[in-house]
Write a protein that binds this ligand. Structure first.
Ligand SMILES: Cc1cc2nc3c(=O)[nH]c(=O)nc-3n(C[C@H](O)[C@H](O)[C@H](O)COP(=O)(O)OP(=O)(O)OC[C@H]3O[C@@H](n4cnc5c(N)ncnc54)[C@H](O)[C@@H]3O)c2cc1C
Length: 496
């Protein structure tokens, strides 16, 4: 059982956004009664509230919603991530097609890719695309070693073989085999080949705050920062669920658990299913428009960096990964929740990254962070790790009135928006409310099967030896730590 720490490191996204909703409370006291309690105010909680509004905007009465957040509004993974709206367009295809067959794999990929147009449509319709710094374009996977190139190329080719160039997803992917052309596209020194596909980037915290503002203006949402939910009851015979907080109890018809890594605190049956893992990012100063595309560098299947550049006036490069340094101490991130601490040596690693890896980097060496290290220059964040690597979306089995959308495994941006759209009707059904599907949702793919929360999946996964799985991951990462690319000057741990 674990709740979010209350003094996390400061993230650039949160500090630079200066949002008036940061510690917002709609009312001094909590309401005594409501239709829906949403626990968690990240991307999942905010889009759930948004869809509940959109599905009922034609109703005579919309649902009363109460959102309870343990710390600042959107202070979890969504306020601390990489900002990459980057579907797994092809790279997971071999693994997924082995598990679910070629069509099953494509179902997941199509759902992820559909997020690009869904973001565009929604943010334009609400007039918040510029505010949330939404940018769509191309992204790349840069192979930094032969090993990485073999893996990336294989994934692309096997998908091409199964679905042909005319397949609507593979059409958005292309491969750059010529090393010079790959270097020129990716701007990455040492890149030997690249796969390019459609993707986007966004300021996730601003996106969430804008959505919450809209729902509060147009619908019935009571938002409460710094209010942890410590327990939830089952539905009683009168149809009420009691939600307990240090500020008092609330009774509600329905609870949506949008609690990501922390889901098992209120739903202990997920204790063997959703775990924490720590990541890190930095914000560094860059010239306007210097980085042309979002992207990731890969040395093997563990060691990577990824980055985006924000538009003016921010111009910041947000860079994450740092795995060539981190793999020397896998326990510092695997099953680790200490987002109140910086990784040892990581600010220096990020400061040396542009000059070491970007072609013709014109900035200072070492590069300046946008803010002081502990004031938003560099930060940690906890992502959820699902035991089967897929999120859990749906009604909680044997727990009437409880819904879950969590376990996005460090990859929620191209998954959450349409996942929460798919559970909004179930939630409304459970409160007995009528709803109409908004046109915005109608054309998008349904929830992929691997995401569905079923009793069968729950039972099967509860039998998995999670300890063995994560111990194997530690061993695996220590193998990577022996590679030359993890033992250059900037990656070698200070103690060695
Ligand atoms: C370092 C890092 C980098 C990442 N980079 C990317 C990326 O580039 N692209 C991508 O697709 N994904 C990325 N992710 C993953 C992505 O950020 C998440 O999948 C997504 O933000 C999850 O949204 P969420 O709303 O489910 O969770 P969160 O944003 O974590 O929100 C859950 C909220 O619930 C609150 N909460 C939990 N328990 C309680 C409780 N009991 N009572 C009240 N409140 C509670 C938490 O405080 C938190 O605010 C990254 C994650 C991290 C940590």
């Amino acid at each position: 059982m674990v709740l979010p720490v209350d003094n996390p490191t400061k993230s650039y996204w949160i500090e630079a956004a200066k949002s008036s909703l940061r510690n917002f409370r709609s009312t001094v006291e909590l309401p005594k009664e409501t239709d829906v309690v949403i626990v968690g105010s990240g991307y999942t909680g905010a889009t759930t509230a948004y869809w509940l509004h959109r599905f009922t905007e034609r109703n005579h009465r919309q649902p009363c919603m109460l959102m309870l957040e343990a710390r600042d509004i959107c202070g979890g993974a969504t306020g601390r991530n990489g900002g990459q709206l980057r579907p797994h367009a092809y790279s997971r295809y071999p693994k997924w097609s082995e598990r679910f067959g070629p069509d099953g794999a494509l179902e997941v990929i199509k759902h992820e890719m559909a997020h690009l147009s869904a973001f565009k449509e929604l943010l334009n319709e609400e007039g918040i695309a510029e505010e949330a710094c939404l940018k769509l374009g191309e992204t790349f996977d840069a192979a930094m070693s032969e090993k990485a190139w073999t893996r990336l190329k294989h994934a692309y080719e096997i998908m091409l073989k199964d679905h042909g160039k005319e397949g609507d997803v593979i059409r958005d992917c292309r491969i750059i085999e010529d090393p010079q052309a790959a270097k020129s596209f990716t701007q990455m020194k040492g890149c030997i080949g690249a796969v390019v596909h459609a993707a986007g980037q966004v300021w996730p915290y601003k996106f969430v705050h804008a959505l919450l503002r809209i729902v509060m203006e147009k619908a019935r949402l009571n938002l409460q920062a710094n209010t942890a939910v410590v327990a939830v009851s089952e539905r009683d015979d009168n149809g009420w669920i009691t939600v307990k907080t240090p500020r008092g109890d609330v009774r509600t018809r329905t609870v949506v658990h949008a609690t990501n890594r922390w889901a098992s605190h209120l739903l202990p049956e997920f204790g063997n299913l959703i775990f924490g893992g720590r990541g890190t990012l930095a914000s560094i100063k860059a010239l306007e428009g210097f980085i042309k595309h979002t992207g990731a560098q890969h040395w093997d299947h563990v060691v990577n960096n990824y980055h985006i550049q924000l538009p003016p006036p921010y111009n910041a490069i947000i860079v994450g990964g740092g795995k060539s340094l981190l793999v020397h101490d896998p326990h510092s991130y695997i099953l680790n929740d200490s987002e109140d601490q910086q990784f040892v040596g990581i600010p220096e690693f990020y400061q040396s990254w542009p000059a070491a890896d970007i072609i013709d980097w014109p900035g200072e060496i070492p590069t300046k962070l946008n803010r002081c290290v502990n004031e938003g220059g560099c930060w940690s964040g906890v992502m959820s790790s699902s035991i089967d690597e897929f999120p859990f979306i749906g009604a909680v089995p044997n727990n009437d009135g409880h819904f879950l959308a969590a376990g996005f495994t460090g990859h929620g941006m191209p998954r959450i928006l349409l996942s929460t759209a798919s559970i909004a009707p179930l939630i409304l059904d459970s409160t007995g409310m009528k709803f109409t599907q908004p046109a915005l949702v109608a054309t998008y793919p349904p929830l992929p099967k691997p995401f569905k929360l079923t009793m069968r999946r729950l039972k099967q996964l509860q039998q998995v030896d999670a300890k063995a799985k994560y111990e194997a991951a530690v061993e695996n990462d220590l193998e990577s730590a022996k590679e030359a690319f993890c033992n250059d000057l900037r990656s070698r741990p200070k103690s060695s």
